[in-house]
Design a protein around this ligand. Structure first.
Ligand code: AMP
Ligand code: FE
Ligand code: FE
Ligand code: ZN
Length: 281
């Protein structure tokens, strides 16, 4: 049995490969299954699923929702979602409109800082997919306002930075609800970005999310330390949650992480997919 990757981004959000390309790449790399999990959008799924059928490769329809949380960020993965579900589509439409309102405000903020960036340039960087801060970062680097993608975030785009603009998010409860309604399996992505103060605070949050319908935790993730992996695994076992994992691949040129393996340390068994299938509501 091969291995899997359950956290991937395509050009439908801020990844570098189109859905078809990522499916062909995963197969060529010897993976057995992948989930496409773009930020707040299902626009890449139809293409990814049909390419999977064409080349006989298993593609799981997924999504990654940014939910309301502070001080860190909370992302919720939804696996096996029914992309035609009306509530899911209504909620995602709302998020798209919120982004469409936010992006021009970030352009304005940059312009007020004396930075000559147009919305057209950012749109172009997005390649026709959903527009997000990573595309702003690309333009800022291209035009010489930042030396690197990370510097663009640190100086202008990260939460609290001068060009940052808040974006509407659903609560975790709302997000888990619409994932479940669309017959998806809701999983807490990379818990280390939650920035919880300590283990017991994290435990309380996970317990709360489990009561709202959370089904799993993304335990295996390139940015998790060995200690974190052990902690998240213990919490998953304690609360009867599934264990998943993925690389959060956006394109190897972006951060050096490759599909399926991350920096070389990941190799997740197909049994994870089988547990997810068993958990489908
Ligand atoms: P957006 O959805 O437009 O708010 O953009 C979120 C995306 O920006 C995330 O998925 C990351 O890829 C990237 N991102 C967010 N915060 C940072 C940061 N501090 N440094 C680098 N990239 C970031
Ligand atoms: Fe991203
Ligand atoms: Fe994420
Ligand atoms: Zn992601």
């Amino acid at each position: 049995m091969g291995y899997i990757d359950l956290h991937l981004h395509t050009t439908a959000s801020d990844g570098v490969m189109t859905p078809s390309e990522i499916v062909r790449y995963a197969k060529a790399k010897g993976l057995q299954a992948i989930a496409i999990t773009d930020h707040d959008t299902i626009e890449g799924l139809e293409e990814g699923l049909s390419e999977g059928k064409r080349i006989d490769f298993e593609v799981i329809p997924g999504i990654e929702i940014s939910a309301e949380h502070s001080p860190g960020s909370m992302h919720l993965l939804g696996f096996f979602i029914n992309t035609h579900h009306p509530l899911l589509n209504e909620r995602l439409g709302y998020l798209q409109r919120a982004r469409a309102e936010r992006n021009p405000k970030m352009v304005e903020k940059l312009n007020r800082l004396g930075i000559n960036v147009t919305y057209e340039e950012v749109l172009k960087a997005s390649g026709g997919g959903q527009v997000g801060r990573p595309h702003f970062a690309e333009v800022l680097v291209e035009k010489g306002y930042a030396r690197s993608f990370q510097e663009a975030f640190d100086r202008f785009l990260k939460k609290g930075a001068p060009a940052y603009e808040e974006k509407f998010r659903f609560t975790a409860k709302e997000s888990i609800h619409f994932i479940n309604e669309a017959k998806g399996v809701a999983v807490l992505a990379h818990p280390n970005t939650l920035n919880m103060k300590g283990y017991s605070e994290l435990e309380n949050l996970i317990l709360h999310l489990a009561k709202e319908g959370l089904k799993g935790i993304e335990v295996y993730y390139p940015e998790h330390s060995a200690v974190e992996v052990a902690q998240y695994k213990t919490l998953a076992e304690r609360y009867g949650l599934l264990v998943t994992g993925g690389t959060d691949y956006h394109g190897i040129e972006k951060n050096g992480l490759d599909i399926g393996i991350g920096r070389g340390e990941m190799k997740l068994p197909y049994s994870i997919v089988e547990s997810l299938k068993a958990a489908r509501s």
